[in-house]
Design a protein around this ligand. Structure first.
Ligand code: ATP
Ligand code: MG
Length: 431
């Protein structure tokens, strides 16, 4: 019998369950990740027992029972939570989301049959070895996402599986098997039944995948279901040099971009307003500002955290202009956007240029100068100014006059007209 290593806490739990007479297996993502040579981030165990039997068999551990109605008992072993779920089979799905009834079976086979993809339907027992009823190991070796049994049926039961499939393909770099891919396209619309939060959770993981570009290109129709702002970009060809439609132009740089959600979302949405201004042939002067509005609207609807939405909106708004390579221009941008956002704009521009095989030396130089200005402690915001509001009061400044004067002094320092020293700033004021 083939053996693999299992985390110590999970192994203890399996031993306890087996000693109590119940078959116990590690299942799902952790078996998949082990076989891919990665340490699983958590261990899920399926046990051929009722939830109450599991609770009794594991009474030596501290147990969390909040999931027991769904058949899950969480044992805290050496501080690590180990989820044990009673093997289940599921009744009919009537609404495309939730099974009408959950029944607890004593069979691992039925438990595996309700899972989504072959690579996620593997079980392993240190007592009985692997249980691979759907060819999951072969698909893992070949890098294939394939529904177990009939794909259309699986996606009708639970449409979230459509996006899970795309997410796994994008993050693992796997191909989607033909019938599974066909069912994804034909049932994409059923994603509307899924809550936007769950779609967003899968979509953001997809975006961070190494193969996000390929998946977003091939399954643009699926993305359009929950991101209608993107739909007009698909099939819209705005400029010959962009090789393909606006959507393709938008997703291509993702492959070159850092694994950062705000940067990738901003790349994806940066030109979403271009097609709204088709009357203007050459330049689309307002497309960035207009795109920022559309992006904000889209991301708010996707219920992304406010911090992400705000950052993406800022990046889209400013994506088409980077500062000239002078200290003053760069410091002004650092003041207006923050140094972090400015560096993210550089990353976006670099990804875009690399996609087109264009030279990135200027971007590299800009990034270096931003970092140098930061490490030199160069003054770019009011709080760094060597003069404060309190210093202006004895000179007779009052109310809004104070802020206005400080901003003027900051401009002077940024432009190199005045040193950032108290004496110099006071002299500058007098002159
Ligand atoms: P990761 O934890 O990396 O997101 P995972 O495969 O472990 O990947 P989970 O959401 O933790 O994903 O689910 C654990 C297992 O439960 C999956 O491997 C799969 O077997 C099953 N599963 C999860 N969601 C579904 C679903 N919507 N339909 C069918 N089976 C599912
Ligand atoms: Mg998991």
């Amino acid at each position: 019998m083939e053996k693999i290593w299992i985390g110590n806490a999970a192994r203890q739990v399996i031993d306890r369950l087996e000693q109590a007479g119940f078959g116990a297996w590690i299942v799902g993502g952790c078996v998949r990740d082990m076989l891919r040579g990665e340490t699983p981030h958590d261990w899920d165990i399926a046990a051929a027992a009722t939830p109450e039997e599991i609770e009794a068999a594991l009474s030596a551990y501290r147990l969390v029972l909040t999931g027991i109605r769904h058949g899950t008992v969480t044992a805290i072993v050496d501080g690590e939570p180990i989820e044990v779920t009673a093997c289940r089979g599921e009744g009919e799905y009537l609404d495309g989301r939730h099974p009408e009834s959950v029944t607890f079976h004593r069979s691992i086979e039925e438990d595996l049959a309700r899972r989504d993809f072959t690579i996620n339907a593997l079980a392993y027992s240190p007592y009985r070895g692997f249980l691979d009823l759907y060819g999951g190991r072969e698909d893992l070796a070949a890098g294939v996402i394939r529904c177990i049994r009939d794909p259309e049926e699986r996606f009708r039961e639970d449409a979230l599986r459509i996006l899970r499939g795309l997410r796994f393909a994008a993050t693992l770099g796997y191909a989607i098997e033909e019938k599974t891919a066909a069912a994804i396209h034909s049932l994409a619309g059923s994603l509307r039944k899924i809550s936007i939060e769950r779609c967003t959770a899968e979509f953001t993981r997809l975006l961070l995948g190494d193969k996000a570009t390929e998946i977003l290109t091939e399954f643009a129709d699926v993305i359009a279901v929950f991101l209608p702002e993107a739909a007009p970009m698909m099939g819209f060809s705005h400029r010959a040099e962009h090789h393909g439609d606006l959507w393709r132009h938008s997703v291509r740089p993702l492959a070159m971009a850092p694994r950062d959600l705000s940067i990738r979302l901003a790349l994806l949405l940066r030109d979403c307003a271009k097609l709204l201004e088709t009357a203007v042939e050459e330049e689309y002067p307002d497309h960035a500002a207009h795109g920022a509005e559309l992006a904000e609207q889209a991301l708010t609807r996707l219920r992304l955290p406010n911090a992400v939405t705000e950052r993406v909106t800022l990046l889209v708004r400013h994506h088409s202009t980077l500062p000239a390579l002078t200290d003053a221009a760069i410091l002004r941008n650092m003041r207006d956007l923050s140094p972090e956002a400015l560096l993210e704009l550089c990353a976006m521009r670099r990804a875009d240029r690399m996609t087109h095989g264009e030279d990135c030396r200027e971007i590299g130089e800009l990034e270096q100068r931003i970092r140098a200005l930061l490490s030199e402690g160069r003054c770019y915001r009011l709080s760094q100014l060597a003069l404060s509001g309190g210093d202006l009061i004895p000179l007779g400044y009052r109310g809004p006059e104070i802020g206005k004067t400080l901003r003027r002094l900051l401009d002077a320092v940024i432009d190199g007209d005045c040193l950032n020293e108290k004496e110099a700033l006071l002299l500058y004021l007098k002159a």
